[in-house]
Design a protein around this ligand. Structure first.
Ligand SMILES: Nc1ncnc2c1ncn2[C@@H]1O[C@H](COP(=O)(O)OP(=O)(O)OP(=O)(O)O)[C@@H](O)[C@H]1O
Ligand SMILES: [Mg+2]
Length: 504
């Protein structure tokens, strides 16, 4: 499918999300779209897929001008979107979401043997191994993202727009997705691929387009770009892509967090480790290896059957997250939407209100002190918003992630548990977050860092703990750790059990 945008503009209130964009997407190509948080990538994706109507300009598909009024219109033409913000029906099963989907009104549709066979084929092809009958609302973010991808593929679209499809996938799952994208291309499907992972983009796409402040700044063959050249185009300046220098805590620094024999049947087994003041401990492992479960158990989001957690030498008895918050623990959860932010509230409310979601927030008014302190934090984190009183749901995905970070830092915790802290944020903001984590550790904060981006764990952590099947299987010194060693421990390639069985 050949798509052309001519002079496309879109405004949200005072924000010009897209400005006079001219773009050609060739039939059968894989077209990359990159840009800073808020550059307009998702808006452009939604325009192509009918989820947003431009204020002006033309969308021309295979030589014909189209006016999609909804994703369903676009789908009828063979265009579909894997959205950045998951758009699934939580009460429905996986298979229902894949084949019915939100845009369907086909009430008579039944999941019969034929549909189940199609599901099995699709699922095999992707190697996702998602049980078809599970309710989507009970799945974790990473699994929900897989449902989105399955849904797009089940539609046999001629153009698929993927807005950060790998944000929640492991390295091997992402590789499998790339193989599928390439085979779709070989079958004649056109793909628009949005991502902040510039290496991935350059390996995958034929053509890459850079957006900045809603404007198209360049478009051309991926082969003539490097991550550095893309960064210059995205930011209008170059950026040091190196990690901040590691400053290791003193050998006699006090232990802040001490976890002993933490066990939750079926999820965690005898997990023990310490984190000192000023130390960044990275938890590595595949999705489902128990990393997030450790975080959730410490934070009181899940219970545990056995074992203890000590903070500053005193046993911690947390029954719910608010207990952990009071004790001085902050957790940046993996999903900002369900666990982190009140989307209808302002930035300053989200940052300064205590225990959002647990107290009634009616009648809360942010005072000038809150506004001032929030502004300081959002500046440090480079949150791009018109003002701190803007509603969180008017921000781009990456900027929402930064607000979530600001919310936790506002509480000046003793221990920060950061679960995928840079998911969806752009290269520039990533570096700001790395520098901030390193600086806070330098000031004595204890940090547990979980990330699927191995480079991030290795680049920041003073010590790397590797988990597999709910246990700690290896530990590496941050001075000498390598990606290779961590991967080997995470997969246990020597024993070679199929890794996909771990993706629960
Ligand atoms: N529903 C909305 N209401 C108001 N403003 C919006 C809305 N959606 C997007 N915007 C604004 O439009 C601009 C472009 O947002 P968009 O989501 O397209 O960026 P993006 O490039 O996808 O960013 P990210 O990398 O963070 O996902 C941003 O300034 C954003 O705040
Ligand atoms: Mg986006």
């Amino acid at each position: 499918m050949h798509v052309e945008l001519r002079g496309v503009s879109k405004r949200y209130g005072g924000v010009q999300a897209l400005r006079d964009v001219d773009l050609r997407i060739d039939r059968g190509s894989i077209h990359g779209l990159v840009g800073e948080n808020g550059a307009g990538k998702s808006t452009l994706s939604k325009v192509i897929a009918g989820a947003v109507q431009p204020d002006s300009g033309d969308v021309i598909v295979d030589g014909r001008q189209v006016h999609y009024r909804s994703p369903r219109d676009a789908l009828a033409d063979g265009v579909t979107l894997v959205a950045q913000e998951l758009a699934l029906l939580p009460q429905r099963s996986v298979i229902e979401n894949v084949f019915l989907g939100i845009e369907s009104s086909r009430l008579g549709f039944v999941i019969d043997a034929d549909v189940r066979r199609q599901y099995a084929q699709l699922s095999d092809r992707l190697g996702f191994g998602l049980p078809p009958k599970v309710r989507v609302g009970t799945l974790r973010t990473a699994e929900q993202q897989k449902v989105e991808i399955l849904r797009a593929l089940a539609r046999h679209a001629r153009l698929i727009v993927m807005d950060e499809p790998t944000a929640a996938l492991t390295i091997d799952e992402a590789e499998r997705l790339f193989a599928i994208v390439r085979s779709l291309q070989a079958e004649g499907t056109t793909i628009v691929y949005v991502s902040h992972l510039l290496d991935q983009v350059l390996n995958l796409v034929d053509t890459v387009t850079v957006l900045r402040d809603g404007q198209l700044v360049q478009t051309g063959p991926a082969a003539s770009e490097t991550p550095e050249s893309l960064v210059v185009a995205m930011l209008g300046r170059s950026l040091n892509l190196a990690f901040p220098e590691k400053s290791f805590p003193a050998a006699d620094a006090p232990v802040v967090l001490s976890v002993h024999d933490l066990t939750r049947t079926g999820a965690l087994e005898d997990v023990s480790f310490d984190v000192k003041a000023g130390e960044i401990v990275g938890l590595a492992g595949l999705i489902g290896s128990g990393r997030s479960e450790v975080a959730r158990a410490i934070f009181g989001a899940d219970g545990h059957d056995r074992g203890t957690v000590e903070l500053d030498g005193a046993e911690l008895r947390v029954r719910k997250p608010s207990d952990a918050v009071r004790a001085g623990i902050a957790m940046l959860p993996e999903s900002r939407k369900e666990q982190g932010l009140l989307m209808g509230r302002s930035i300053v409310e989200n940052v300064t209100l205590p225990h959002l979601g647990e107290v009634s927030t009616a009648g809360f008014l942010a005072g000038s002190k809150q506004v001032r302190e929030t502004s300081t934090l959002t500046k440090q984190l480079d949150v791009r918003a018109r003002r701190v009183t803007s509603r969180v749901d008017t921000l781009s995905g990456g900027n929402q992630q930064k607000v979530l970070f600001a919310k936790w830092l506002f509480r000046r915790p003793r221990l920060l548990i950061a679960d995928e802290p840079t998911r969806g944020v752009d290269v520039g903001a990533k570096r700001s977050i790395y520098e901030l984590i390193a600086r806070l550790a330098g000031e004595g904060l204890a940090v547990v860092l979980i990330s699927s981006e191995l480079e991030e764990v290795i680049g920041l952590a003073h010590r790397v703990v590797v988990m597999r099947r709910g246990r700690i299987v290896a530990e590496f010194d941050g001075r000498t750790v390598s990606e290779d060693a961590v991967m080997r421990a995470a997969f246990a390639t020597a024993a070679a059990p199929a890794p996909s069985t771990e993706a629960t």
